[in-house]
Design a protein around this ligand. Sequence first.
Ligand code: ZN
Length: 439
Amino acid sequence: MRWNRWKVWSGALAMVLMAGPPAAMAATAKGDVLLVPDRVWTAEGDSAHAGWAVLVHEGAIAAVGALNTINAPANAQRIALPGTTLTPGLIDLHSHVFLHPYNETLWNDQVLKEPQDYRTLEAAAHARATLMAGFTTLRDLGTEGAGFADVSVKRAIDEGMIPGPRLFVATRAIVATASYGPGPRGFRPDIDLPGGAQEVSGVDEAIRATREQAGHGADWIKLYADYRVGVDGSTQPTLSLAEMKAIVDTAHLSGRPVAAHASSDEGVRLAVEAGVDSIEHGYGASEATFRLMKQRGVAYEPTLTAVEATAQYFEHYVPGQTEPTARMREAEHAFRTALKRGVTIGNGSDVGVFTHGDNWREPANMVRDGMSAAQALHAATDVAARILRQQDRFGRIAPGLRADLAAFTGDPSTHIDDLKQAAFVMKDGTVYRLPQNTP
Ligand SMILES: [Zn+2]
């Protein structure tokens, strides 16, 4: 069948796409593979286990434990990962593979000037960089003017045509009429601008957009609860409570969760009242609002790195050298408040605002702003998988789960910066990256 053909080829394709791949890349989803790092961090508990190993059979984790307790078949391929800690493949719950850093090209110019065909090829390159960095799953929250092209990128990855993480896609995202860029503010009023998202006014249009996006392949529905629509350009609520409820109810009827962009306290509160499943950004949310999120079981993606990156591009911020900007302090305050109130915090970075493959910056920033390294690693593995409703498929190292794995030199469960450089990456049992000096 088609699936098998692609699986067989995926290893070879990964070889072609990597510079100077070692012979051991032949590891595919088929055979047994015994992974022998220095330590294994399973996502159950906080500390890594020295001397443990992991056996992979037909793309799934077959065993994990002390090396001498694992019964590996005689013909199993053994991959030594000296000096590393093996972790579940990492998850970023807020990405935009159709965007690249705004200091390269402003967001308006990407949406207005880059053809969708070109942006789709960019997305494929971004997906590859992400996977090679140890991130085996993304929730990609909107194509930002590239239509439903994320569904095709996801398909090409699933078929093994191009290397990339598992994608959970949101397609176009839903916004209130004339609330989202490019323009209309700042542009002459007599030109038709392409939309960075799908505009709706009224409950009927909100329902129609949700059904259209679901029909075209959206796994999640993304809505914008607020945006910079105030008379002074300040962030104010956009969609009404009734419109958001219509989106949430329609999405939930078809089994799709809803993610809400919301920065202001009012925007977050309205989105939570409407029944969304996750809040993105939430920088201005009050303690009372985070308490409400905790009560309702709404997850939070703090996107600290988006704020840091834009501060670097546009506010002369230099990490470690200049004081955090007012916006960075606001984001840090929200993050610490959510942490204190026990809100479920998932790793979501808004990558695309900054370079794809640098997704490690978000867990590092979560540690900078108050989490332990192990907490940040949980946020990027088992907690993120739970937010995706995929905890029975991946997110931990446990028998029966898919073999989505990464290894990092050192131990990121005690030193989060060790996530900077992946030494080994496996997705669904296929090896995509091996340490440089593997024989
Ligand atoms: Zn975003």
